[in-house]
Design a protein around this ligand. Structure first.
Ligand code: GLU
Length: 428
């Protein structure tokens, strides 16, 4: 369940303040980095299929671009707010910095429920979004990407609109495009695989063999599905996954002690990651309440859905077996829950690091698009592994050296890199 009372932007600012204190940043630097550099808040009129007009609200927030063009996804979600977008934009700045990419941070959104929109209505939303921000985005300014409930098709509509307006082919404007239309091989796997690469490195540090581990996942979208795929290839057993049920407006967990069958589950899942309950029961899955994924006796927990999912009311139901939490989603843990996870001595792989695989591959896509030369999948995934592993090692070494919690270590490294870039440019 989403706890609406948590404002993610306040969480992001609190995390920033902590890093700023540890780095002893001066007031000007804090002022520069505590709030977004630029914000766009606009309307998108759409002609609905029944002939009526409907006004949607859209956002783009560019938090910081000192290290390179702003970078970050666009979410379609009924509960989107300017504050969620601000928080996510700030997290993107830190994420690209932790992954050491020559990019800044941004995020976009539209308040809408794509389940309830036809393909033509969604296409108009995508084109309208681009029309509203066209002067302020571009391959060397701000490069959007997919995020919650947006897909490669959405990105292609957006690119097409951008190219129509600019009168030339500029595939580097957006990432997450379909393969063959400027997309990169490996992009769809990248976030989930990236999560598991960091888990693999954490298991090495803890001296645990992947074969001896079980994992439970929240969400069955792109991130979770590919994280499960790589986890199973590593020899681990994925026993539980939860997802949102569109018809019932609540989430359920699906459990099979002997291990989930990924192909089987994919075959009964809709385009937004919703698993069909009746079919799952027929296939021998236990269908449990939404929060059950968090209460499993497993070694690894992967929240890969939305923000604020592990909070003060459910954090204590985490089993004593859990050794690692890898945040596949952005901001899935509230500050109060984070404190308890730290006390429990669980090895936390923070979102900035755990889910940086997506934006890392987006960066590879942008490079390929700008030079119009595309790499083989092995090359993309090999480069992804190198980047993710070195980011993990940098954060983990820094944490050990300075006796810091992994989240604080990642934040300090990121904020320091961005502050330094701002300073070098003469902004502060
Ligand atoms: N939406 C993804 C994220 O939160 C990817 C962003 C991107 O590829 O630019 O990291």
């Amino acid at each position: 369940m989403i706890k609406k009372e948590y404002n993610p932007f306040e969480t992001a600012q609190k995390q920033f303040d902590k890093a700023a204190d540890l780095l002893e940043l001066n007031t000007t630097t804090r002022e520069l980095l505590r709030n977004p550099a630029r914000e766009f808040n606009f309307i998108i009129p759409v002609r609905m299929d029944d002939g009526s007009k409907k006004i949607f609200r859209g956002f783009r927030v560019q938090h910081n671009d000192a290290r390179g063009p702003a970078k970050g996804g666009i979410r379609f979600h009924p509960l989107e707010t300017i504050d969620t977008v601000r928080a996510l934009a700030m997290w993107m700045t830190w994420k690209t910095a932790v992954a050491d990419l020559p990019l800044g941070g941004g995020k976009g959104g539209v308040i809408c429920d794509p389940h309830k929109l036809s393909s033509s209505e969604q296409e108009q939303l995508c084109r309208g979004w681009v029309q509203q921000v066209v002067k302020n985005v571009g391959p060397y300014t701000d490069v959007p990407a997919p995020d919650v409930m947006t897909s490669a098709q959405h990105m292609l509509w957006m690119l097409d609109e951008y190219e129509k307006i600019s009168g030339e082919r500029r595939p580097g404007f957006i990432t997450g495009k379909p393969v063959g239309m400027g997309g990169s091989l490996g992009r769809k796997e990248a976030t989930g695989y990236g999560v598991m690469i960091t888990v693999r490195e954490a298991l090495k540090e803890l001296n645990i063999m992947p074969e001896n581990t079980r994992a439970s996942f929240q969400g069955f979208g792109n991130v979770s599905q590919f994280a499960i795929e790589l986890f199973q290839q590593m020899g681990g057993t994925a026993t539980c996954v939860s997802c949102w049920d569109q018809d019932d407006n609540q989430s359920y967990s699906f459990k099979k002690k002997t291990g989930l069958d990924l192909q089987e589950l994919r075959s009964i899942t809709d385009a937004f990651g919703g698993i069909n309950k009746t079919k799952a029961k027929d296939l021998g899955y236990e269908v449990l309440p939404g929060d059950a994924w968090l209460e499993q006796d497993v070694e690894i927990l992967i929240p890969a859905a939305l923000e604020n999912q592990i909070h003060d009311e459910n954090v204590n139901s985490i089993s004593n077996h859990v050794k690692i939490i890898a945040e596949g989603a952005n901001g899935p843990t509230t500050p109060a829950a984070d404190y308890i996870i730290k006390e429990k001595n669980i090895f936390l792989i923070p979102d900035l690091l755990a889910n940086a695989g997506g934006v890392t591959c987006s960066y590879f896509e942008q490079v390929q698009s700008n030079m119009n030369y595309y790499w083989e999948k092995e090359e993309v995934l090999g480069k992804l592994d190198v980047k993710m592993t070195s980011a993990f090692i940098a954060v983990s070494n820094f944490a050990k050296k300075n006796k810091l919690y992994m989240r604080d270590a990642a934040n300090v490294i990121a904020v320091d890199r961005v502050a330094q870039a701002c300073k070098d440019r003469g902004w502060i």
